[in-house]
Design a protein around this ligand. Structure first.
Ligand code: T1G
Length: 693
């Protein structure tokens, strides 16, 4: 074994040269890897004893892409496209032997090899588009040549991976290796030599490209599919353009188009935001006072109290991860209804081919329904998900404290109530915390882990680990009204409601927020959530728009009328001129003198208070770092990831600009806009939020 760089070595197994890459944790194609690959191919090609070369990785995966940490820094030669062009020129067969995730530049490396073999569990993807980029080392030109543009388009433009079975089927992989990958790859290489297989470079494979030429519908149809899902994103369209160039142009010209598109995206704010977000999502699990090696509590069995929308969704998360759940409801009819909803959800997934009927049965088989809380005695984790009534929650936790075994974790799903107060109902406050799921709990990836004053480190560490197991993105926050996400959300809700009193209408406010990149505006969202949520029917007296609308039976999508009107079976909001009139009349009755309000003012009044509240949350140490708040908003409230999150966006706008506008609004609209002390301090020191990450 000859070390070429600190990350790459060359080993001879008879006449096969093994080019080993070893760059933990994911064999990212950092400079030592790129240099080692280029020099390694050079060395192997000059060595007469070597007749074929296997490129293979140590550790958990084949190269998972370029080293994202190198982006934005001065690039160091050799650049990956140059290394892969060296692969192209090699006169000896190169075989990429793949395990784990051949992603991004890793898959591009495999595409520049003459052959590809893989273990059955390998995955293949080009996730650059999720970083606001596109494959920049020939992936958009080679992949369409190997599997055809129609099959290449979704891989490039969505970034979603395919498994080894599909890769074999589509011709991306030549052979699946069952057993030891290195041995299998050597055996494959020997067969290539023995059979004198021709060295066909992917760049020279034009059959599938030629078949697609003069078929513009391939791209037009795909663009139609992309339009809704990729609204506001720049990278997906660039991906389509690059694949289009593969069909329309010779290879080298297509590479030039890819390079130009890549550099344009790399220099833009969207890719900066999405690359920032990639690391932000991985930072959330790192809590300064929770050591990485904290001993974890084994969670073998979970209890959920409440089989309503939240309890049902929470239950599904755990059974989807193979963890049995005891689901408790007060009455059998509520329990039956809750179990029925869970099964219906699974049946819908099965009807869409996302799971088999057997899988539905096995998951339902992991749920034990009961009306007795005593059945939670052996649960390792119990999650209370009843409605937001503090007295009821206190009563339940006092009971759980007597029923559950020592060491069981007791969690509340409350979305804003004081978890310390709930913990005080037990003799085990160190085992009590909040697990705030977002609705629908079986779909939304965000989970706020609410750390109470006495929650212990092992309980927190266990909660972070179990969140990962149920595929949640868990952000640790501390106790305050609304914790982090909802506390920031309340700022936007308040301003949106004031704006329609001062002169704007729901459709104008919603358009501004939708055009910013959110899936919908505040009023369409209110209709979705339900305007009657929290409405006090018995004491309602037309004092607020909520009361006025609910008194007229306008609850939102659930009954077809809210701020907007909805046709039978449709969720698309239709204008409700009668409501606009009602709002105008109501605002005048309240003494407002309506005025024309600009879109800019609407955007600033809805977004800047979110940022300001985030600064207060950081001051109060409710959240660990600004990027955690960005992860919350991208995953819990639909903040467009190509804008990074509220705190990233604030840095982009400029904290001095934000502060200036907040002060102006404070003078005009009062102390709701009083700037956070942290914001003032950062501006004074010439720093930004990212300096706190
Ligand atoms: N560069 C740098 N660090 C990376 C990395 C990368 N590409 N991928 C992962 N890491 C770090 C990550 O930050 C974490 O660090 C650790 O590895 C484990 O990651 C030219 C331009 C491979 C599926 O986008 O999808 O190639 O927190 O926690 O859940 O065309 O990582 O431990 O310090 O995610 O097992 C394209 C991104 C790059 C792949 C593994 N490739 N990575 O998931 O572990 S652009 C990607 C992933 C490119 C070329 C273009 C996942 C994974 P730390 P993890 P995991």
């Amino acid at each position: 074994m000859v070390a070429i760089t600190e990350a790459v070595s060359l080993e001879k197994q008879g006449e096969i040269g093994m080019l080993w890459i070893d760059n933990p944790p994911v064999n990212a194609l950092g400079h030592p890897v790129r240099k080692g690959m280029a020099d390694g191919i050079e060395m192997a090609e000059k060595d007469d004893e070597i007749r074929a070369i296997v490129v293979i990785c140590k550790g958990r995966t084949f190269c998972a892409g370029a080293d994202i940490r190198e982006f934005g820094k001065p690039p160091k030669e050799p650049h990956l496209p140059d290394v892969l062009n060296r692969f192209d020129q090699c006169k000896k067969p190169i075989i990429s032997a793949i395990h784990g995730t051949a992603f991004g530049g890793g898959l591009e490396t495999a595409l520049s090899s003459h052959f590809r073999v893989a273990v059955p569990t390998a995955q293949f993807g080009l996730p650059e588009v999720k970083l606001g980029l596109l494959p920049g080392a020939g992936g958009t030109q080679r992949l369409p040549r190997l599997i055809g543009p129609q099959k290449a388009l979704p891989l490039v433009a969505t970034g979603n991976p395919i498994n080894a079975e599909k890769a074999l089927e589509e011709g991306l992989v030549d052979e699946i290796i069952n057993g030891d990958l290195a041995d299998g790859a050597v055996d494959f290489a020997k067969r290539v030599l023995a059979e004198k297989r021709p060295l066909v470079r992917v760049r020279d494979m034009n059959d599938r490209i030629d078949q697609a030429r003069n078929k513009p519908e391939i791209f037009d149809d795909y663009r139609k599919q992309l339009a809704k899902r990729a609204r506001g994103f720049e990278a997906p369209e660039a991906c389509v353009k690059a694949v289009e160039a593969a069909v329309e142009k010779p290879f080298e010209d297509g590479l030039a188009v890819e390079r130009a598109l890549f550099e344009k995206l790399m220099s833009g704010s969207q890719s900066a935001a999405q690359r920032y977000y990639f690391f932000a999502e991985r930072q959330v699990a790192k809590i300064p006072d929770i050591p990485k090696d904290t001993p974890l509590i084994d969670i073998k069995k979970v209890g959920v109290i409440g089989a309503g929308t939240m309890g049902g969704g929470i239950t599904m998360n755990f059974v989807n991860a193979g963890i049995p759940v005891t689901l408790v409801e007060a009455k059998q009819e509520f329990l039956d209804r809750g179990l029925g909803v869970i099964r219906k959800n699974y049946d819908i997934s099965a009807s869409r081919g996302k799971m088999t009927a057997e899988e539905v049965d096995s998951r339902m088989g992991l749920i034990t329904g009961t009306t007795s809380m005593e059945d939670l005695a052996d649960a390792d984790l119990v999650i209370e998900a009843v409605y937001e009534n503090m007295n009821l929650k206190k009563e339940i936790f006092a009971k759980l404290d007597n029923i559950c075994k020592d060491g069981a974790i007791l969690a509340t799903n409350t979305s804003y109530l004081d978890v310390n107060e709930i913990a005080a109902q037990t003799k085990r406050p160190e085992y009590v915390l909040g697990l705030h799921f977002f609705s629908p709990a079986n779909v939304m990836r965000l989970l706020e882990i609410v750390r109470a004053e006495k929650t212990s480190i092992p309980v927190l560490a266990t909660s972070i680990a179990i969140a990962k197991k149920i595929k949640k993105i868990a952000v640790v926050v501390r106790v305050c009204h609304g914790f982090a996400g909802n506390r920031m959300f309340a700022q936007r809700k308040r301003e949106a409601e004031k704006l329609i009193m001062e002169g704007a209408l729901p459709s104008q406010v919603d358009k501004v927020i939708y055009d910013f990149g959110f899936p919908m505006g505040p009023f369409a969202l209110a209709d979705l959530i339900g305007i009657d949520l929290g409405w006090d029917k018995d004491n309602s007296n037309s004092r607020t728009m909520q009361e006025v609308l609910c008194e007229q039976g306008r609850f939102g999508q659930k009954n077809g009328r809210g701020f907007y009107n909805y046709e039978e079976g449709s969720r698309a909001p239709k204008p409700a001129p009668e409501i606009d009139e009602l709002i105008i009349e109501f605002s005048k009755k309240k003494g407002y003198i309506r005025r024309e309000i600009s879109d800019e003012e609407i955007l600033q009044r809805c977004i800047y208070p979110i940022i300001n509240e985030g600064a207060k949350i950081l001051e109060e140490k409710i959240a660990v770092r600004p990027s955690d708040l960005d992860v919350i908003w991208v995953n819990g409230y639909g903040w467009p990831v190509y804008r990074g999150g509220p705190m990233f966006y604030a840095d982009l706008v400029g904290l001095d600009k934000i502060l200036e506008v907040l002060k102006k609004f404070q003078a005009e609209h009062g102390d709701d806009f009083r700037p956070a002390a942290l914001l003032e301090q950062l501006v004074k020191e010439g720093r930004n939020f990212s300096s706190l990450n």
